[in-house]
Unconditional design. Structure first.
Length: 444
């Protein structure tokens, strides 16, 4: 991240783009702290309501040159905040028409549209920031990682905890021996906080006038509109989302994935409440088994959702409630226990006396600190290098590992995975669970 800043003119090799950018510099950057328009990225945003509105604000230090959203009502807050930015409903049209002046794209759509939007941007040579999980299926994650590497674009997945202080502390403390050798890791969450374990609704509804339903469906199989899907409730439907594990796994499992290189589990076993054909179950417990690798021993990693919690560790003080948070992560070593929040925040050794003892003598930070999930991506786009959760080296493999849990959930048992062949070896699994088919007009 410490590379020499280069001018936008040199970065893009064109004065035309810099000239176009000049006309939309936000008023708040003028005067003190003025940043020349030629030093800013031209960013287009796909999905600007809900989480997308948050991401728009996250990159608003740059030039926002185009917005796309299929729902005018959902996007209204962003449209009011940036009234002069051109608006589109179809990201394919936006990228085709505005492509010459776009440097980078931020994608904040539902999971099922991530891959097709990101791939189109990557193939056009645009840098990409995409919300977690990177994709809805394993095949899509693999393809995006390959394409990003081939095109040499700068990418970042929106698992913001990977840029946080806590995630770095977890790795540093474990590597420094704070809890000894780790052989067991537990994750838990209160998700789902949306309806799932339900059948497809049959009632007929008119599509709201502000919503382009066909474009919202995008590559997913056609079905009638129903308020059971939008907004936000799409997460529990397999055609659109990835359930509690997909929603939160890329956050809660991130520190462990980074610290222990949790790629390629030898088997994954799911235990759940009743499985429905189209929606995720109410409660899941998913166990990943990882073989020993290098200096790392074999690891057992357990995910729990639906408000399931792991067993209370014996070191936990008896007068403190368990679990200590709605969603979290726990590392069990042969010399202690480390617990942290959803994003790796506030890591603590157990008991509290052990934590205070450790803090008093903890080693100096080993890993570089990040300016934040947005800024590290923006700086890499401008100066070269890659962001921490880039698609080829990190976000793609992390997403694959997380989604293997969903694969086990959907088949209702144990799977063994051939990572090179991208297939389950011990049982038959429907191809569309791994490699989806898309509706006509949509492609990866």
């Amino acid at each position: 991240m410490a590379g020499r800043r280069i001018s936008r003119r040199r970065f893009l090799g064109t004065m035309a783009t810099a000239g176009a950018a000049f006309t939309i510099v936000p008023r708040h950057v003028l005067g003190r702290g003025f940043v020349p328009p030629s030093d800013k990225l031209n960013i287009a945003c796909i999905g600007v309501g809900g989480r997308g509105a948050w991401n728009v604000r996250g990159v608003s230090s740059e030039n926002l040159v185009a917005f796309c959203d299929v729902d005018d009502e959902r996007a209204a807050e962003t449209y009011r905040a940036f009234p002069n930015v051109p608006r589109y409903k179809d990201f394919r049209v936006m990228l085709e028409r505005e492509g010459a002046r776009i440097d980078a794209v931020v994608i904040s759509t539902p999971d099922h549209t991530h891959a097709v939007a990101a791939m189109m941007a990557i193939q056009m040579g645009k840098h990409v920031y995409c919300e977690k999980p990177l994709t809805r299926t394993i095949y899509e994650a693999r393809r995006l990682a390959e394409a990003a590497r081939e095109k040499g674009v700068v990418t970042q997945m929106g698992n913001q905890g990977h840029a946080g202080e806590g995630t770095r502390q977890i790795r540093e403390w474990i590597e420094a021996g704070a809890i000894g050798t780790v052989r067991e890791i537990h994750f838990w969450t209160n998700r789902p906080i949306w309806p799932q374990a339900i059948e497809r609704p049959l009632e007929a509804y008119h599509v709201p006038p502000t919503l382009a339903w066909d474009l919202w469906l995008g590559p997913a199989p056609e079905r009638p509109y129903h308020p059971a899907y939008v907004p936000f409730k799409w997460r529990g439907w397999w055609d659109f989302g990835t359930g509690a594990l997909g929603d939160m796994g890329c956050h809660i499992m991130d520190a462990a994935f980074w610290t222990f290189d949790l790629r390629d589990p030898v088997r994954v076993t799911a235990e759940t409440t009743p499985v429905f054909p189209e929606t995720a179950p109410l409660v899941s417990r998913v166990t990943y088994e990882f073989a020993a690798r290098g200096n790392r021993p074999a690891l057992r990693v357990v995910w729990r959702d639906g408000n399931l919690a792991p067993p209370r560790p014996p070191q936990w003080e008896k007068d403190r409630p368990w679990p200590p948070m709605d969603s979290g992560q726990m590392f069990i070593g042969d010399e202690g226990v480390l617990i942290a929040g959803t994003y790796g925040e506030n890591p603590r050794l157990v008991p509290e006396s052990r934590h205070q003892e450790w803090i008093a003598s903890a080693p100096a930070p080993r890993y570089p600190r990040s300016p934040g999930v947005y800024q590290e991506w923006i700086e890499a786009c401008k100066n070269g290098g890659q962001a921490g959760s880039n698609f080829p080296d990190y976000a793609g493999p992390l997403t694959e590992m997380v989604l293997l849990g969903n694969l086990a959930v959907r088949v209702g048992g144990t799977i063994e995975w051939d990572v090179a062949a991208m297939r389950v070896t011990n049982i038959e699994v429907p191809e569309e669970y791994i490699r989806p088919a898309y509706r006509s007009g949509w492609q990866l």
